[in-house]
Design a protein around this ligand. Structure first.
Ligand code: ZN
Length: 306
């Protein structure tokens, strides 16, 4: 294997088991740039088939979104729109790649964006169109054309075969003064349970430095937010630049930082003990929406505190 980012070939093992299924799964970090990646990677055909068909079934147990998933999606969409607003991005032609059941596109349109989406899963894309009457097409990343003011990818990049190629393609889809908003799981977040950190669907695992480095040939980072997830807003470089890789100090500290991400850290520093109370509250809220449809859930969430 060679690293998707720096093309070097020296790796250290980070995990050898799929945390969700218990099946063998090898995840490594690159000694030269720190990017964490699965190996071997699936083929492009295998990946296409997986996301067109069984992915939602594997992880959500359904072909169509359940009310509790829509509820979570609405709350995430509101938080992401707030991040855009605070970053001074309030309107324009917006494309959400990996639009899922469409809640972000629906709320972005309400907020003033001319928003549309693409989603590889047919059931979810159909739901978005019929429930919210919004333009969500069933397409893969390579089929997208056009020039956008804002492109958003929420929990998509880590599922794709080559982050380097994704950034190249996204650069071609953005207007010169456009903005790219990416959110991925943060690999060093203490609030991810060890039972949830490394698994088959995620081919790459990003920290601030490695996400910035992956984009560095094509994008400058203008805003970063790290909580449970890692959010970045980037703008296209006027000309392609050489890659900017993480520093030697970062690479030297990475093994110890990865090693610390066990159950003890999760339960203490990561807030794991408090998650039980959070979960009870969330189950209560999700029970309230269990018979509602998407539009009703959006209306309900409009009345909840942000
Ligand atoms: Zn590398």
């Amino acid at each position: 294997m060679s690293c998707n980012l720096c093309h070097q070939t020296r790796f250290n093992l980070v995990a050898n088991t799929d945390a969700k299924s218990g099946a063998p799964l090898n995840v490594y970090f690159c000694e030269f740039c720190g990017l964490i990646q699965q190996s071997p990677l699936p083929s492009a055909d295998q990946l296409h088939d997986y996301y067109s068909t069984s992915y939602r079934l594997d992880y959500k147990g359904t072909w169509h979104p359940k009310p509790k998933h829509i509820f979570r999606s609405v709350r995430c969409a509101r938080s992401r729109l707030e991040f855009l607003r605070k970053s001074g991005i309030r309107d324009g032609l917006l494309l959400d790649i990996g639009a899922s059941s469409g809640e972000f596109v629906a709320l972005a349109r309400q907020a003033g964006f001319d928003a549309s989406g693409v989603e590889p899963n047919q059931g979810y894309a159909e739901y978005a169109r019929s429930e919210y009457h919004i333009p969500v097409t069933t397409a893969g990343l390579n089929q997208i054309e056009g020039q956008y003011d804002v492109i958003t990818l929420f929990h998509v990049l880590e599922h794709l075969l080559s982050p380097a190629e994704v950034f190249q393609h996204l650069h071609s889809l953005l207007k010169p003064d456009g903005k790219l908003f990416i959110e991925v799981p943060w690999v060093l977040s203490g609030s991810i349970a060890p039972s949830n950190r490394y698994f088959k669907a995620h081919l790459y695992y990003f920290d601030v430095e490695t996400l910035q480095a992956s984009a560095s040939a094509y994008f400058d980072v203008i805003s970063t937010c790290v909580l449970g997830n890692l959010r970045m807003i980037m703008q296209p470089r006027p000309a392609i630049a050489p890659l900017s890789l993480p520093s030697a100090d970062y690479l030297a500290a990475l093994p110890a930082r990865l090693h610390r991400q066990g159950w003890l850290n999760y339960l203490t520093h990561g807030g794991g003990f408090f998650k039980l109370a959070d979960k009870v509250h969330r189950l209560w809220q999700e029970n309230r929406v269990s018979r509602l449809r998407g539009r009703e859930i959006i209306t309900l969430c409009d009345r909840l505190p942000k």
